[in-house]
Design a protein around this ligand. Structure first.
Ligand SMILES: [Fe+2]
Ligand SMILES: [Fe+2]
Length: 333
């Protein structure tokens, strides 16, 4: 099954564990933990489970929903536009739950158990336990809010069985050469954890939204700022520990992992529009007008900038095929 971690590639790395192949000039000599104050600042230790009250006029920021700028939706009744926002919130909440549970927790759990195959400082292993706890809490409080939105609005989520990114990750996993299969999970965790989404940044500031939703997203952002540093450091350990061959094989897949994380979930978006009251042909019209390929690629390129920088610094783009893959994907113009 896809998304199993301890695959051939990781066992290979495990065997080399004591070879100390790390490029010491590249890896920082000392790990500087950002989790020393975790007990005092982690939201799982300090923030209550946020609750949805009766406040708030909108459930998502309209400016973050491109479909709403389409003429068809601009002239739609307010209740249709409001329903589109509710479904967009559902999509975001479900994406978050799946990301934490299926992509970040498994990888971080392996690190905490000393099974990543990497020769990491003890402090990084200890901090991995904290991240697993943070992420489980994020999935839990996200689920709580989703349930409460459903109760308050009476609107049932119209979502596919799983977000598109999970199928995309499974596809990439199968496509990888067997000798590096498994690295995709860690690389995807690095990609997703080094990007702070505009949703995390913008929703808490939007006072049109219910306070419970804003507080929940703000809690998430507080913890993610620390995770960001951790995973960028993880890349600094991972990349030099790979053989040249592994780097050359894995590098070209990085753009696909970035797109898996950042590209819109078209299926969920279409289902949301349909459930909000658009007819089938109207949904098709909006989807094809709003999600033009050039616009998507430009958005992903913008969103991927921090991660791209980390991969450049790690030397990932020094290999020709990797650089080409980044150029072909449009991540590098
Ligand atoms: Fe999280
Ligand atoms: Fe995280």
């Amino acid at each position: 099954m896809a998304l199993q971690f301890a695959s051939a590639a990781n066992r290979t790395i495990l065997v080399r564990r004591h070879q100390k192949r790390l490029d010491q000039a590249f890896v920082t000599a000392e790990y500087r933990s950002r989790f020393r104050t975790w007990e005092r600042v982690a939201t799982v230790r300090n923030a209550p489970l946020r609750a949805l009250e009766d406040d708030g006029e909108l459930f998502f920021s309209p400016e973050l929903v491109p479909a709403l700028s389409h003429p068809l939706l601009q002239r739609a009744e307010p209740r249709v536009r409001e329903a589109v926002l509710i479904h967009r919130l559902y999509e975001y909440l479900r994406f978050t739950i799946d990301l934490e549970q299926s992509a970040v927790i498994p990888v971080t759990g392996h690190i905490s158990r000393g099974m990543s195959g990497l020769d990491l400082p003890e402090g990084m292993r200890a901090d991995a336990f904290k991240i697993v706890t943070d992420e489980a809490w994020h999935a839990q409080f996200t689920y709580e809010i989703l349930s409460q939105v459903r109760t308050r609005t009476g609107v049932a989520p119209a979502l596919p069985a799983a977000p598109t990114f999970t199928a995309e990750l499974a596809r990439i996993h199968e496509a990888l050469p067997p000798e590096i299969r498994g690295l995709d999970e860690m690389l995807f965790a690095i990609v997703s954890e080094t990007l702070i989404s505009s949703v995390l940044e913008d929703l808490p500031r939007d006072e049109r939204l219910p306070e419970g939703v804003r507080e929940m997203v703000a809690d998430h952002a507080v913890d993610e700022a620390k995770h960001h540093t951790y995973f960028s450091t993880l890349l600094r350990y991972l990349w030099p520990s790979m053989t040249r061959k592994e780097r050359e094989l894995a590098g070209p897949y990085i753009p696909q992992l970035i797109f898996a994380f950042l590209e819109p979930d078209y299926t969920s978006a279409a289902l949301g529009l349909r459930a909000a009251g658009l007819t089938g042909p109207e949904v098709e019209q909006v989807m094809s007008d709003v999600y033009a390929r050039d616009t998507i690629v430009a958005d992903v390129r913008r969103g991927a900038a921090p991660t791209l920088q980390y991969f450049v610094e790690a030397g990932a783009l020094e290999h020709g095929a990797t650089l080409e893959a980044f150029q072909e994907s449009g991540l590098i113009v």
